[in-house]
Write a protein that binds this ligand. Structure first.
Ligand code: IMP
Length: 204
């Protein structure tokens, strides 16, 4: 398959934090990056899959068909050992789709306490899927960043569950660590690296 006519890519996420991180990570890739905001009347794609890869694929394919462009979608979340890997694919909707992260984090701490285990191991997982303009998923990747859940929220950098996640090898949370550090070790950075390797071959 040739990718010679492929020069722009839609980052298929409405999450401003993710768009910012991905735009930085894709800095050196010779593709015009677009966001869903560059298109009129884009409908949400339902995340009905049961895995990160399935949901990333549904989004990549659904947004590619709507925009008529190649689309890259990700699906990510936090898996906590003590909660049987919840909230996982439900991380954004955990404790209610509309609740803020202060409430989600409070609920997560309560559930960890109720779990009766003191296992604080956790990981962020990120899958990415690349779809061609016809909605065919042509590549998927998955990567993880392992760590532990902090005893209380710390720091205000990043987004989502960042203030309670201490990546392995550090003693501060993603909420305290700089963007630069997060970009070098995060699940999203690792998944993006794998996708970039594929993209550079594909468009060569
Ligand atoms: P998605 O938009 O369906 O992939 O939902 C991902 C959700 O997982 C986010 O809304 C956050 O709750 C959580 N999440 C994923 N990656 C991160 C991260 O890097 N930091 C903090 N929370 C994250």
């Amino acid at each position: 398959m040739t990718g010679s006519s492929f020069r722009s890519l839609v980052l298929a996420t409405g999450n401003a934090g993710k768009v910012r991180e991905l735009t930085e990570i894709f800095g050196n890739v010779p593709l015009e990056l677009k966001s869903l905001r560059d298109y009129d009347e884009i409908n949400d794609v339902e995340e009905t899959g049961s895995t990160f890869v399935e949901n990333a694929s549904l989004k990549a394919s659904g947004f590619a068909i709507q925009t008529g462009d190649f689309a890259l979608a990700d699906d990510s979340g936090l898996e906590v050992n003590a909660l049987g890997n919840a909230p996982g694919i439900h991380s954004a909707r955990f404790a209610g789709a509309e609740t803020g992260y202060d409430i989600k984090i409070e609920r997560l701490f309560e559930m960890m306490q109720e779990s009766g285990t003191d296992d604080r191991r956790a990981r962020f997982v990120c899958s990415m899927a690349l779809s061609n303009e016809r909605g065919q998923v042509i590549h998927t990747v998955q990567a993880e960043c392992s760590g532990t859940i902090a005893p209380e929220p710390r720091g205000s950098n990043g987004f989502g569950y960042d203030p309670i996640f201490i990546p392995d090898g550090f003693d501060q949370t993603f909420g305290q660590l700089s963007d630069q550090v997060k970009r070098s070790i995060s699940h999203r950075a690792k998944a993006a690296e794998l996708i970039i390797r594929y993209l550079l071959d594909f468009i060569a």
